[in-house]
Design a binder for this molecule. Structure first.
Ligand SMILES: Cc1cc2nc3c(=O)[nH]c(=O)nc-3n(C[C@H](O)[C@H](O)[C@H](O)COP(=O)(O)OP(=O)(O)OC[C@H]3O[C@@H](n4cnc5c(N)ncnc54)[C@H](O)[C@@H]3O)c2cc1C
Length: 334
């Protein structure tokens, strides 16, 4: 993989080389992307995907990176981040939006146009593409209820329009999770509403969110899916885990379903803490927790050869120090 070659082939596209993904993820963790690509249009994404296929590059898609943990070794190959592809067009009761737009912004624009149906989404920090991929939802609403059509790009470069039924939406799930298709554009169909009532609803939900969630720290939202018949936060609280600190990551003292980055956490801190929670909850309650957050990328260090083995030694020393720090934390807690 030659990063210069892609830059030469797409001279108009913003492409950053060896770019730390911790600058983009909501957890503020994660290693570098070999090439981080910022397309602005659907056609640009299609051309880039076709070229990358011909060159045999692995491709990763990012939206707002609010539901991801990128491992400390980062992502090899091409990472396409869609946040610059963010046009929103409102006509009558429909909103046509490119999938890099922020869901919060689309919810706000719907309110400004007197359209109801997206109030529930006013505090979900994802992009439209990420929201479709996850069928994001909150306070009784889900994006599937207001989506009319999704334009997708298949990994072999074909553009297809899918209606709502074809998206196979269910709880935190859409067809994209199996098909690997890239959502490019979404049409929302909303209803006319009373702007004051819409605003009141959004204010109420914002109050609920800010009072219950640790929004003052970096996090990736709810780490685990809700297991049938249980509340994850309560399981974690009852197991005595709330407040447990692992390296720089902590099970939030405000909402036990969140893991917050309180002190320069690494992705490894997050992942180890997640595994610890899963183990304890399985032992104490017999419940197998499943992560809602996606864990992607490679372990640190990803380099090979002399440089790699030097980094590996440095990393092991760091790990030993961290282990020491973590053991102290666990002892202090118990
Ligand atoms: C503080 C906080 C609060 C949150 N509250 C909620 C909540 O109330 N409800 C809720 O549902 N979620 C919540 N989340 C989680 C997150 O915001 C949602 O899951 C959101 O939909 C993820 O969108 P994203 O753009 O950040 O996706 P990313 O994290 O960038 O990606 C998530 C997955 O989607 C894929 N993806 C992204 N864009 C596309 C695309 N265009 N085409 C195909 N695949 C794509 C990625 O490859 C990845 O697999 C919260 C997160 C945080 C940090």
């Amino acid at each position: 993989m030659n990063v210069d070659k892609i830059k030469q082939h797409f001279p108009e596209t913003n492409i950053k080389v060896n770019e730390p993904l911790s600058h983009y993820t909501y957890t503020k963790t994660g290693g570098p992307a070999d090439a981080l690509i910022f397309p602005k249009t659907k056609e640009e994404v299609q051309a880039i995907i076709k070229w990358l296929n011909e060159e045999d590059w692995p491709v990763t898609i990012l939206g707002n990176a609010s539901n991801l943990i990128v491992k400390d070794g980062g992502i090899r190959g091409a990472t396409i981040i869609l946040t610059d592809m963010n046009q929103i067009v409102i006509k009558d009761k429909s909103i046509k939006v490119l999938t890099g737009a922020a869901l919060i912004e689309v919810s706000k624009r719907a309110y400004q146009s007197g359209l109801t149906g997206l109030e529930f989404a006013c505090g979900i920090p994802g992009s439209i593409g990420g929201a479709v991929y996850m069928n994001a939802g909150a306070y009784g609403g889900e994006v599937r209820e207001v989506i009319k059509q999704v334009t997708v790009l298949t990994r072999d470069g074909r553009i297809i329009e899918r209606n709502n039924d074809e998206m196979d939406f269910s709880y935190r799930h859409s067809k994209l999770q199996e098909s690997d298709e890239i959502a490019l554009e979404v049409v929302f169909e909303l209803e006319e509403g009373d702007k004051e009532v819409i605003k009141e609803k959004m204010d109420e939900l914002t109050y609920l969110r800010t009072s219950k969630q640790p929004l003052e720290y970096p996090s990736c939202g709810s780490v685990f899916k809700r297991p049938t018949g249980y509340f994850t936060g309560k399981l974690i609280q009852d197991a005595g885990l709330q407040g447990l600190t692992w390296g720089g990551a902590q099970i939030s003292t405000k909402h036990a379903g969140f893991i917050v980055n309180i002190d320069n956490a690494t992705a490894t801190d997050y992942i180890e803490l997640i595994e610890h929670i899963k183990k304890v909850i399985l032992e104490t309650d017999g419940v197998q927790l499943e992560t809602e957050v996606k864990i992607i990328g490679e372990d640190y260090p990803a380099l090979s050869g002399a440089e790699g083995s030097f980094l590996k030694r440095a990393s092991n020393t760091l790990k030993e120090k961290l282990k020491d720090k973590k053991q102290k934390t666990v002892i202090e807690k118990s």
